[in-house]
Structure formats: C-alpha cells, structure tokens
Design a protein around this ligand. Structure first.
Ligand code: DXP
Ligand SMILES: NCC(=O)COP(=O)(O)O
Length: 249
C-alpha cells in the first residue's frame, strides 16, 4: 500500500505573503487529515520562506493527536541561523516519525537533486544514526540511478526518489525511459533493504502512471500540485482524488 503525505509548505507561502495568520497551516493540515490523508509533510527552509519553526511544532502536535505520520524534511548540514535552529534541533524538539534528509541550498528555488551518496557517505552515516537515536525513521532524497550501496551503508531506512525528472518527462509525453530508471532504482533499494518513498512535482495527472510502473512505493509526499488543484476543487475533494488514484491503480 502507498500512503499519501500532504506537504503544506504552499499554505505557508500564501500566509506569509500577508504577514499574518491566514490561511492557517494547521487548519489546512487538519482538513487534509479529515479527508483521509495518511500524514503531513513540511520542508522548513533556513530562509523561512514558508514553513517556520512554530509551524513545525504545531504540526507535530496535530499529527500526534491524529496518530498519523509527521514527515519533516530538511538539510542536516545547513547551519542554524536566526529563526531556524537547524534540522537536528527541529527533530529533537518535534520528534517527527520520519526525517527526510534533502541536500537543498539557499539559492535553490526548490529541491532539485538527491545526495551524492558516495561523497557524503560518512557524514550521512553520522546524521542518520543521530536521528535514529531520536526515534525517527530516516529517509534520504535520492536521484533515480543513484549509487544505493553507499546510501544503504549510511544506515538509512528508506530513500525518497526525487521525481522531478519523471514529472518533466511525463509532461513532455516521453516518460518511458525515466520510468524504467525509477523502477530499477526502486528494485535496487529493496535489494539493499531500504524502503522507497517518492516525491516532487507529482500530480493527479502523473501519479497513477508512476505507481503502476515503479514497484514498492511506500509513501508519496505531494504539495505543490495538490495545493494548486485544491484552489479549484477544495482540499477535501482533492485529497480524496489522490486517495482514489492510490487505491485504483
Ligand atoms: C524534498 C521535496 O521535493 C519537497 O520538499 C520540495 O522540496 C518542496 O519544497 P518547496 O515547497 O520549498 O518547493
Ligand atoms: N517530498 C516532496 C514533497 O514533499 C512535495 O513536493 P512537491 O509536490 O511540492 O513538489
């Protein structure tokens, strides 16, 4: 079974654009959970462009009260700064069920690549073990085709496949080559004893094909497209539409 974790970063983008409280990320997350979503994801960035530290703690409490997974994403190597205590400090306080490590940088518009597992192997091993000691399942953002023996050597429980290149290929009508590469990487993860998550630019249009072709996907985290689609259909109907895709493939 593949579960749906809704990323509510974009609710915070709207809220921050007016500097006040609405739309409220906790209210939006609750609407997603009430519609049947299996969990909530956020990716607070050190520049606090959307999700803030106080949102992380509020969403940790909400997801705990619903008994569902809270997936916190971030770069464990980004130093703390004003308003951002660092990824490890956030995890130590919020205790997310899953910590997803992403090699993002300040200058990036959004996440656009996975880790170089060979180069980062020792540093990742240390981070994974510290986060596991906090009780978090640890997932590593990975490009399709990445060297997963090095990823497995870090001790991570899962990888999250960076699906941006698939979404782009799907939109241009030529997803077959990408899908074959993603499927091969998902099988390699299983062979190395790691579970597989997937996310980035997944949508109602491209999700079904991805899940039909790529085996063993345990979780998809979806934000940008889902929140955009919800502007027309509402959060409840949109979350239900994703759940139907997960059920119906
Ligand atoms: C890791 C990943 O693919 C998502 O967390 C994505 O990075 C969303 O982040 P933004 O909402 O800041 O684009
Ligand atoms: N991990 C991916 C995620 O949380 C959402 O990415 P997107 O759907 O906002 O591109």
């Amino acid at each position: 079974m593949t579960v749906l974790s809704v990323n509510v970063n974009k609710i915070a983008v709207l809220r921050n654009s007016r500097g006040a409280h609405d739309p409220d990320v906790v209210t939006a997350a609750r609407a997603c959970l009430d519609a049947g979503a299996h969990g909530i994801t956020v990716h607070p960035r050190p520049d606090a462009r959307h999700i803030r530290t106080d949102d992380v703690f509020a969403l940790a409490e909400l997801t705990r009260s619903y008994g569902v997974e809270f997936n916190l994403e971030g770069n464990p190597f980004a130093p703390p700064r004003d308003g951002y205590p660092g990824f490890h400090a956030l995890c130590a306080e919020a205790r997310p069920a899953q910590a997803t490590l992403v090699p993002d940088g300040d200058g990036q518009l959004t996440s656009d690549h996975g880790f170089d597992f060979v180069r980062e192997r020792d540093a990742l091993r240390e981070q994974v073990s510290t986060l596991k000691a906090l009780g978090c399942r640890v997932s590593l953002f990975a490009d399709a085709g990445a060297d997963l023996s090095a990823a497995a050597a870090s001790g991570a429980d899962r990888i999250e496949l960076y699906t941006g290149p698939y979404a782009e290929a799907y939109a241009s009508g030529s997803a077959d080559t990408q899908l074959a590469l993603f499927a091969e990487t998902a099988r390699a993860a299983a062979a190395h004893g790691m579970g597989v998550n997937a996310g980035h630019d997944l949508s109602q249009a491209n999700l079904g094909r991805f899940l039909r072709d790529v085996p063993n996907v345990l979780e998809v985290s979806i934000g940008h497209a889902l929140i955009g689609e919800a502007l027309y259909a509402g959060l409840e109907a949109t979350v239900k539409a994703y759940l139907a895709i997960l059920d119906g493939r």
